[in-house]
Ligand binder design. Structure first.
Ligand code: MN
Ligand code: MN
Ligand code: MN
Length: 285
């Protein structure tokens, strides 16, 4: 094995990240990352730009085409990463288009609810802040902070945007099997993102993984952003138990989190890294 730095989960300003693909590439190079997957929420637009900028760069890195697909499983929103996907696959692009419309409708519903609570012009403010129509709850939370309605993002979720709160709008995301089908149609690998972030009981988490495995899912994100050694070991153990590969990423959005791009922990040694599936020539790393 040769030593290299990877990050298979991060966001650009094509979803809810702070950096443009160009700035993200510079950051990745400064962090000496050799293998990078941009995984914006339900869009491939940022990846296309990133790849073009990387192609024109004097010293390009290896970019893996990625996406983070929002899915609905029971009453939970579960994120499924698609890695090493074909950007032009029709089936996957149709699924993304469905998500785009659902996301737009949801954003309008959230804005309507906030306006009914007396906060005016919310949709336009969130749209301006994001710079695109793929609005998500963090964008609305930021507007509430900017307008002085709440102290911080957390409070915005606690009072207004979280599940069961007055401005919460339910999602109608695709199912996990449909997300996996889309990813596999595009010849990619499907990964459950940050398995410990859904606050599932252990029984529920195992149920989720069994359903994912039954639908031919490929891997778990064993390392995701900031995690304790124990948590990494636990998710690594789940890979062994359920016969899944392991992925690793920072889930970088901006400098707000403690773990920056490519700074996440290493995978446990017994894990089978997802990147071993890819024909990455040693010379390119
Ligand atoms: Mn995000
Ligand atoms: Mn996520
Ligand atoms: Mn993410």
């Amino acid at each position: 094995m040769f030593d290299f730095r990877i990050d298979l989960h991060c966001h650009s300003n094509f979803s809810d990240g702070a950096l443009s693909p160009e700035a993200l590439l510079e950051k990745a190079k400064a962090a000496q990352i050799n293998l990078l997957a941009l995984t914006d929420h339900d869009t491939l637009e940022g990846v296309k730009v990133l790849k073009e900028i990387n192609r024109l760069n004097d010293n390009p890195i290896t970019i893996i085409n990625g996406i983070e697909i929002s899915t609905r499983w029971k009453k939970y929103d579960i994120h499924i990463l698609g890695l090493d996907i074909d950007l032009d696959n029709t089936f996957l692009n149709e699924l993304i288009e469905k998500q785009r419309i659902d996301r737009l409708n949801r954003a309008k519903e959230i804005a309507l609810r906030l306006e009914n609570l007396g906060f005016q012009g919310i949709y336009d403010k969130a749209y301006q802040l994001a710079g695109h129509e793929r609005l998500a709850r963090p964008h609305f939370a930021q507007v509430l902070v900017n307008d002085g309605v709440v102290r911080d993002m957390q409070t915005a979720f606690k009072r207004y945007l979280g599940r069961g709160k007055p401005a919460y709008a339910p999602t109608s995301w695709v199912s996990i099997p449909d997300a996996i089908k889309g990813i596999h149609a595009a010849r990619g690998l499907a990964v459950i993102a940050h398995p410990l972030k859904y606050q599932l009981t252990r029984t529920k988490l195992h149920e989720l993984i069994v359903d994912f495995r039954t639908a031919s899912g490929d891997a778990l994100e064993v390392v995701s952003g900031e995690m304790t050694v124990q948590d990494v070991e636990e998710v690594g153990g789940l890979c062994l138990r359920f016969g899944l590969m392991a992925s690793s990423g920072s889930d970088y959005h901006n400098e707000g989190a403690r773990i920056s791009l490519g700074q996440q922990r290493k995978l446990p040694l017994h894990c089978i890294p997802i990147w071993e599936k890819w024909n990455i020539k040693q010379g390119t790393l």
